[in-house]
Design a protein around this ligand. Structure first.
Ligand SMILES: [Fe+2]
Length: 287
């Protein structure tokens, strides 16, 4: 199948798969906490057993290459000269550590490409109530993810009695919370797609290894738009999907309590993290 047919087919399949699953998302996510302890303990391929549409989507994502999506012509990935210009500010990017290429977005799904430049990372963040499928297209990426504790795992967590009042307040407010660190994964273009579900591995960070790297990113539903979006008026504060950033507590009574638990803390967006937007240079998509 020619590349322009494949990207078109991928978008249509993603729309169909996630439109079907969105009506059952709330019920499945509310029951998922009780079954999370029996699920796989690390980011994994989507379990597409018994879901032919999802299996088909995963196969289409797996078949995508950098060339199929025009990434072999991306100035910021392919041309050191252009990248120098970007870093010098002459292309307006002011040396962004990340480049984002938007391919498609509607209220059901967003599809794009992230380029993580040499030595850079996408810091620890979440996809609230969202499913993410990612496929490495270029270079090597280290994916580190964390799963929110729930059910029995959460009940077993001991909070030290000598915790200072400020930290105790953060705990009560949900600004500090316990997670399980999943097995870090090294992914390359030869690796199968990874899935970060609304429950498993939803908190994650991605690092380029040994040079620039790029991955195809499919999110459903997309993040809420900040302003002027057609769906922002329909969303109350509770249902908005904003990207939050986190830090792992490395010291203090909580961090010292149980080495199998990673305590995450909300943090402001890192000031040195921002994206440069580049045009999509792959086959045109028509909708
Ligand atoms: Fe992400």
């Amino acid at each position: 199948m020619p590349a322009h047919h494949r990207i078109q087919k991928l978008i249509q399949t993603a729309q169909a798969v996630f439109a079907k699953s969105s009506s059952s998302t709330s019920s499945s996510s509310s029951s998922s906490s009780s079954s999370s302890s029996t699920q796989a303990r690390r980011p994994r391929l989507v379990n597409a057993d018994g879901q032919p549409g999802l299996k088909n989507l995963i196969e289409l994502v797996d078949g995508m290459t950098a060339q199929d999506l025009g990434l072999d012509r991306s100035p910021s990935l392919q041309s050191p000269v252009s990248m120098s210009a970007i870093r010098a500010g002459s292309m307006g990017a002011s040396g962004a550590p990340i480049t984002y290429i938007d391919i498609f977005e509607d209220p059901t799904v967003s599809i794009g490409i992230f380029i993580i430049h040499t030595g850079q990372c996408i810091p620890l963040h979440n996809h609230p109530e969202m499913t993410g499928i990612l496929k490495c297209l270029h270079g090597q990426i280290d994916l580190i993810s964390y799963t929110n504790l729930s059910g029995e795992d959460l009940n077993r967590v001991k909070v030290p009695s000598d915790l200072d009042p400020e930290c105790r307040l953060w705990l009560r407010q949900g600004l500090v919370f316990p997670t399980r660190r999943e097995i870090a994964r090294g992914i390359s273009p030869q690796s199968p797609p990874c899935c970060l579900s609304p429950v498993e591995g939803n908190y994650h960070e991605l690092h380029s290894v040994g040079g620039p790297a790029a991955f195809l990113d499919i999110l459903s539903p997309p993040y809420s738009q900040s302003n002027g979006s057609p769906h922002s008026e329909e969303e109350d504060e509770e249902s908005r999907r904003d990207c939050d950033f986190f830090d792992v507590l490395m010291r203090g009574p909580l961090a010292a309590q149980d080495p199998s638990i990673s305590w995450l803390q909300f943090m402001d967006p890192p000031p040195d993290y921002f994206c440069y937007r580049e045009d999509y240079l792959g086959p045109p998509v028509n909708f």
